[in-house]
Write a protein that binds this ligand. Structure first.
Ligand code: PFF
Length: 445
């Protein structure tokens, strides 16, 4: 058997894990959900969930991965025995489904990179940008083709392996994303009337909270941290024992929520500056930002850079999603990395096509009252991922706690005894109870 691949450096690993966490979830999904769910209260709930249950499950995933040196199916089996293997399969399957619609949106970002270079966004206003977006997503061919290109890029990076592909790409692209985001935020918050956006985004208005808000914030916290389906188990499995797991988890959570926070500042300043509707839904980022760029000197270059970096952020997340089933085929069935990546990349592409078409020619076809894309999104983020998170925390808290506690002490030692106990309580009781309660409440609301 080959030696297991490993990350080359600590920074490389953190950037790769942050690369998984930071993606469309932060820059596209978070702002539009916050816009639909009352702004400030959504932000507050999201942050609370990230730094309590979310970070605990993230830490559990990384620790399980490093202790078992396997992807989710192998890890649950190695640490918990055959009874637990189904929990791992569950994660592998969920990663697959998430990727199928994630890649469709990833394709839109590529389409916007092209639009920026061809001048299609030059001088855009909110109205014209809205038309451009609606025309793109409803087209029967173009978004499918871009989804294909996006999956091809994802497959290519995964093919090149852990250090040479995933780590190298993240190290280059994550810092660039961060710098560009800061520049854009600087521009957006100084737009006339941006203050109204900041008020919407930063003021807490508890009357707006419903059961739906709470489940949306919880599932966004999981989605954003990439937890609940074993992506972080897989990344943790390539980690050396010399790295501190709690520190790594803290860094990932800080970077991830920091980027989401900045993306919200950027989008809501612009939405209010241009008199757009914050509850406009999934088009929010794709419509608002071209409208800002269209009115800015040098806007074309900013538009190009922004959508390129959004595509890149999406790509480093998609890579972590594809790595889960790829590592599964490699570990459990002895398939080569190359074959596994090519085969699974192709299947995910096919699986994503109905999602893409559901926004245009197949819009009449619904599952449980939702179009295919909405159904995939809701089923994975509101059911599969929270359910996966319940299994993970119960497993970590009740089944393998002593083994994980030992793993976590390396190399930190007894210094983390107290945080460790808190973490154990969250995994054992608080996490599962809160998730079940929130899921149940949202069913009845
Ligand atoms: N965290 C990614 C984002 O916010 O865009 C999405 C994601 C990646 C979810 C990997 C789950 C996952 F396993």
């Amino acid at each position: 058997m080959h030696a297991r691949e490993q990350w080359k450096s600590r920074t490389g690993f953190i950037l790769a894990a942050a690369g998984s966490a930071v993606g469309l979830g932060n820059i596209w999904r978070f702002p539009y959900l916050a816009g639909e769910h009352g702004g400030g209260v959504f932000l507050a709930l999201y942050l609370i969930f990230v730094f309590t249950i979310g970070i605990s499950i993230l830490l559990a995933e990384l620790t399980i991965g490093r202790a078992a040196k396997r992807q989710p199916a192998g890890a649950f089996r190695a640490l918990g025995g055959g009874r637990w293997v189904a929990a791992g399969y569950f994660g592998v399957a969920a990663a697959f489904f998430v990727l199928s619609f994630y890649s469709v949106v990833g394709g839109w970002t590529l389409a916007y990179v092209v639009k920026a270079t061809t001048g299609a966004l030059d001088g855009a206003t909110a109205g014209s940008a809205g038309q451009v977006f609606n025309a793109l997503i409803a087209d029967p061919l173009k978004p499918v083709a871009y989804h294909g290109v996006f999956m091809a890029l994802t497959t290519f990076i995964v093919l090149r392996g852990v250090a040479g592909g995933i780590e190298a790409t993240s190290k280059l692209l994550m810092p660039a994303l961060f710098i560009l985001l800061l520049v854009l935020v600087g521009r957006a918050v100084t737009l006339p009337n941006a203050g109204a956006g900041l008020a919407f985004y930063l003021q807490l208005d508890f009357e707006k909270v419903t059961g739906g808000t709470v489940i949306a914030a919880l599932s966004q916290a999981f989605f954003s941290l990439s937890v609940g389906l074993g992506a972080m188990i897989t990344y943790g499995s390539y980690l050396d024992v010399r790295e501190s797991l709690p520190k790594s988890a803290a860094w990932v959570a800080i970077i991830d929520s920091g980027v989401a926070f900045l993306a919200g500042l950027l989008i809501f300043s612009a939405v209010f500056a241009f008199g757009l509707d914050p509850a406009a839904g999934p088009g929010l980022t794709f419509v608002t930002l071209p409208a800002i760029f269209g009115q800015m000197p040098g806007g074309t270059i900013f538009a190009f850079a922004f959508f390129l970096l959004l595509a890149v952020a999406a790509l480093t997340s998609a890579v972590s999603l594809l790595e889960v089933p790829v590592a599964y085929l490699m570990d459990e069935h002895g398939v080569s990395r190359r074959r596994a990546a090519l085969l699974l990349g192709a299947i995910v592409f096919l699986l994503g096509i109905p999602s893409s078409l559901s926004l245009g020619v197949w819009s009449d076809f619904t599952l449980f009252g939702l179009g295919v894309m909405d159904f995939m999104d809701s089923a994975t983020t509101k059911i599969l991922m929270p359910f996966g998170s319940i299994l993970l925390s119960l497993f970590a808290g009740w089944v393998v706690y002593p083994r994980l506690a030992r793993e976590l002490m390396q190399p930190a030692g007894d210094r983390i005894a107290i945080p460790l106990r808190v973490w154990g309580i969250v995994c054992k009781f608080l996490g599962p109870a809160a998730i079940i309660w929130i899921m149940a409440a949202s069913l009845f609301s």
